[in-house]
Write a new protein. Sequence first.
Length: 264
Amino acid sequence: MVHIVLVESNTPDIVAAGLSAATPFRDTFSALNMACSVSVVEPYAQPCDPGVLDEADGVVLTGSGVRWAVDDARAKPLADLAEQVFDRGLPVWGSCNGMQLAAVLLGGTVRVSPNGRETGFARSVVLTEQGQGHPMMAGRETGYSVPCTHRDEVGTLPEGAELVAGNAHSPVQAFAYAKNGVDFWGAQYHPEFSAAFVAGLVAYRSDGSAETQDLIDNLSRADTDPDFARRMGGRADDLRLAVRATELRNWLAHVDFTKSPTQM
C-alpha cells in the first residue's frame, strides 16, 4: 500500500466553507479502489511536520480557490512546502494551482489566461505527440473533456518539461517533468473533481447572474445525466469515474512502481 500526502492548497476560511481541495482527492482515490492511504497537511494553517513527509510515497499539490497567483508573496507557505517535497525526490501530482506552482518553482511562468476563466469543462483537450506515449495519459483518447475551473495558466514551461496535453483555451493543460531528481506530473484541469463539486465552487464565487445560475444547474446534473454533460461541451463518458480519473489512476500506479524497488 502506498501512502499519499495531500497538500491542501486552500486557506482555512475556504476549507471551513466546505470547499477543501483535498477532499475530492480522498474521495476519488477511495472510489478507484487503489491500495493507498492518505493524510492531509495545510500549509496555510500551520507548518508541515517534516515527519509527515518521511511517511509519504507520493505527494499531491491540490488546486486552490485563493485569489492570488502562485508567484505572489502570499503563496510562500505553499511554495516553501512544495520545494521541500521536490528536494526529497518524491513523485508529485499537481492539479491546477498545483501544476502552476510546480511550473514556477521549476523555472517556468504563470499568467492570467488571456482567454478569461475556463469553468465547467476543459473542452476538447488534445494529446501532444509526447502525451500520446506518456504513462500519465495511458488510456486517454485525445479530444477529451474534464471538469475544471481556473483563472491563471502556465505561460511558459520549465526547461526540460514535457507538454502532454493542451486545448484552445490553455495551451498547457498537462505537463510532466523528470529532471534533477524531480518527478512531477500535473494537469490544469481537475480529474479529481465531479461536475457537482465544480458547481459548488461556482456557487461559492457566484455573482448572482442568471448565466452563472444556469451553469451551476447544468453542472449539478451533469454527473448523472449525459445530456447535461454534452450540454457542457463534454462527451457522454467523460464524467464516468474510470474515464475522468484516468490520470490519477495512472499516477497512483506510477507511485506504486516507484516505491516497489525499495520493497525488494
